[in-house]
Each structure stands twice: as structure tokens, then as C-alpha cells.
Design a protein around this ligand. Sequence first.
Ligand SMILES: [Zn+2]
Length: 143
Amino acid sequence: MPAIQINTGGLCHLEGNMIMEAVDAFDQAVGLENIDVIFIENVGNLVCPVDFDLGENLSIMILSVPEGDDKPIKYPGIFQHAGAQLLNKVDVAPAFDFDMDRYTKTLDDLNPQAPRFAVSARKGEGMDAWCDWLIGQIEQARA
Ligand SMILES: [Zn+2]
């Protein structure tokens, strides 16, 4: 799978012109007609990315269990903005005292309509449901 690194040059977020340059680079490298999906991994800042439209079809918030169940409370904007919520590393939740009820209740308040997926990329748990949903979104966007 081709990948292009976007250097933010010290910025704490990506901007649309950076994505435009990356899309041009994809076009030169493999031709856009040969690409079905472009995933944009934004930087780890949980505040700024909400304020910059990158032209994406869908925004997905990925939280890892070790980051803590308090992140939706501390950074509500990005959780409200997300079209889907992915919680990764659920296999290690007991070791991190991750309070699933607190996390779920906060998301119920912030963004009840966004689909949620609890996965473990390491163990494969929950990946079938996540991938099925993502494939459905891609097919819907094509139609
Ligand atoms: Zn920023």
C-alpha cells in the first residue's frame, strides 16, 4: 500500500493544502484512478484537527485504552466531530483501569449517533465488525 509522509514542519495539525500536495504526490506515484481510499492520519493533538477541514469524507477518532477513559471529557470537540469512534487496545483495559462505563457514558452525551467499535489490533478482537462497517462506508461513498 503506497504511503506518503506529510511533514507538518512543527505545526500541531494538518491543513488542507498539505493534503492537496499529498494527493498530487499519490497521483504522480500510482495514479489517482488506482486508489480507492486515502487514509489521513492526523497528528496526535486532540484539539486543533477539529478546526481544519481536510476535505475528508469521514473523520474517525481512534483512542487507545492506555490514553485513558478521561480523554472524551478533556477533549470533547474531537469526539463530537467524529463520524465514528474506534477504541483500540481493549485487550489491555484491565491493566490500565480503563473505565468502560465512564467512556461509554461520556460518548453517549457527546456523540450518541456515531458508531463505536472496540478493537484490539494486536489480537484481532472486534476487527471484523470494524472492517465490515468501513467497507460499507466506502461502498456508500462510491454509490
Ligand atoms: Zn494546531
